[in-house]
Design a protein around this ligand. Structure first.
Ligand code: SUG
Length: 417
């Protein structure tokens, strides 16, 4: 069985807009009211997938959800025309594109029953994301329907906030081998909500059947949350033996590093000092919201957003890193500006699943030719621009619904909403 890391990217939905709904996500709140470009956003996401396929990486997709979510508005006793602006925008949210928040994934090598476990995130902290989970659950149950290899769990009770893989890292000698899973949670963050609760992380570790000696729980530093790190993946990323983290990412950095070195002596911790890159620069440039990947030849590469290379001190740090002797040998750039403006970088857009591609529903996997067909569909159907005040327009709603229907039709997938 060929176990590889597959990146499942959320396709940017036709309702992508800037409504400023995520308190604590500084990019999203700063861009509130801006006119969005859904078509360009989706094409940028597809170009990133094409870039990564070109590197020899396995690529999958997750689909835009049905928007507006009229069932959710009905549960709230309203509808698209009567809802206030905030509820309406929440019902139109395209935030399901950030697949790193879809679920937490424990590969088969880490779990008691030898299956890959996925727990869908409840995303309960932000109203516009709290209604994503039913469709995410339906998609994951279809994509990973092979019960011999996967177990897809419903979300943990909404009492405890869970935001999925964005707060989860895995260190291992290689993807298919047993590893150490790190669950990062938040306690408080200077007036911003802590979106990942420790109890949710612990529940997931239990549900996935992880060996208590191969998992760690670590608190995010309060200063990181206060500076805008609403998810851990804004200040840290891991791949195989490497942890890349900002010096101020964790509340108890020496404790976490010591535990990690004890459980996995071969771990290589690449720390970015605050003196080189401040938390503020890290969050503005999304240096850490990068995809840290092992290329087919064994070289490790960091796929950063263009903004990282445009931020002088971050670009300088990247140059020094690549010129140095560390484990990360290449820094590659992708343009996902439309997603970035809502606080979602390259790593937010993907969910990593270690699996044999032959065990995944092929409709959720892509090659170049399928990406070309999806891009043609986006060109033909996705709105070019959306201003948040236009969300109430019936014509726009019809266009958004028709665009998603065309995509599902193209992919041969049922409407799971
Ligand atoms: O949940 N933005 C998303 C960004 C998610 C990024 N994901 C990771 N870090 N893994 C969020 O804050 C903005 C939508 C708006 O304001 O309309 C938004 O939901």
């Amino acid at each position: 069985m060929a176990l590889v890391e597959i990146n499942f990217d959320g396709i940017v939905g036709p309702s992508h807009n800037y409504a400023g709904l995520s308190l604590g996500n500084l990019a999203a709140t700063a861009n509130k009211g801006r006119v969005s470009a859904p078509r360009a956003a989706a094409l940028q996401g597809l170009a990133k997938m094409r870039h990564n396929l070109g590197l020899g990486l396995a690529q999958g997709i997750l689909l835009p959800h049905r928007r507006p979510n009229t069932d959710w508005l009905t549960e709230l006793g309203t509808d698209v025309s009567e809802a206030d602006d905030v509820l309406r925008a929440a019902a139109f949210s395209a935030a399901a594109m950030w697949a790193a928040n879809a679920a937490t994934v424990s590969p088969a090598a880490d779990t008691a029953d030898g299956r890959c476990h996925l727990t869908v995130a409840n995303l309960r902290t932000m109203a516009h994301r709290s209604h994503e989970w039913p469709e995410t659950l339906a998609q994951l149950r279809l994509a990973f329907a092979d019960a011999a290899h996967f177990r897809v769990h419903a979300p943990v009770p909404a009492t405890f906030g869970d935001e999925g893989a964005a707060n989860h890292m895995r260190l291992c000698p290689r993807h298919g081998a047993p590893g150490v899973e790190i669950f990062v949670y938040g306690v408080s963050g200077g007036g911003f909500p802590a979106r990942q609760h420790a109890e949710a992380s612990k529940a997931i570790a239990r549900l996935h059947g992880l060996d208590p000696d191969h998992r760690l729980f670590a608190a995010q530093s309060e200063e990181a949350i206060a500076a805008g790190a609403f998810h851990n993946d804004v200040v840290a990323v891991a791949n195989e033996t490497v942890l890349l983290a900002h010096e101020q990412a964790f509340a108890d950095r020496p404790g976490l590093y010591a535990d990690l070195r004890r459980l996995m002596p071969e771990v290589e911790i690449v720390e970015v000092p605050a003196a080189d890159v401040s938390l503020d620069e890290a969050i503005r440039s999304y240096l850490f919201n990068a995809q840290l990947v092992t290329l087919p030849g064994g070289t490790m590469a960091l796929i950063v957003p263009s903004e990282a290379k445009e931020t002088p001190r971050v670009a300088a740090w990247l140059e020094r890193m690549v010129a140095g002797n560390g484990p990360i040998r290449r820094a590659l750039t992708v343009d996902v500006r439309e997603s970035m403006a809502n606080g979602g970088g390259p790593a937010c857009l993907r969910l990593r699943v270690v699996a044999d591609p032959a065990t995944v529903d092929p409709r959720f996997l892509v090659d170049e030719a399928k990406l070309d067909r999806i891009a043609a569909c986006v060109e033909a159907y996705w709105p070019e621009r959306i201003a948040p005040e236009n969300l109430a327009a019936p014509g726009l709603r019809a266009q958004i619904e028709a665009a998603r229907a065309a995509l599902l039709d193209l992919l041969g997938l049922p409407d799971l909403a």
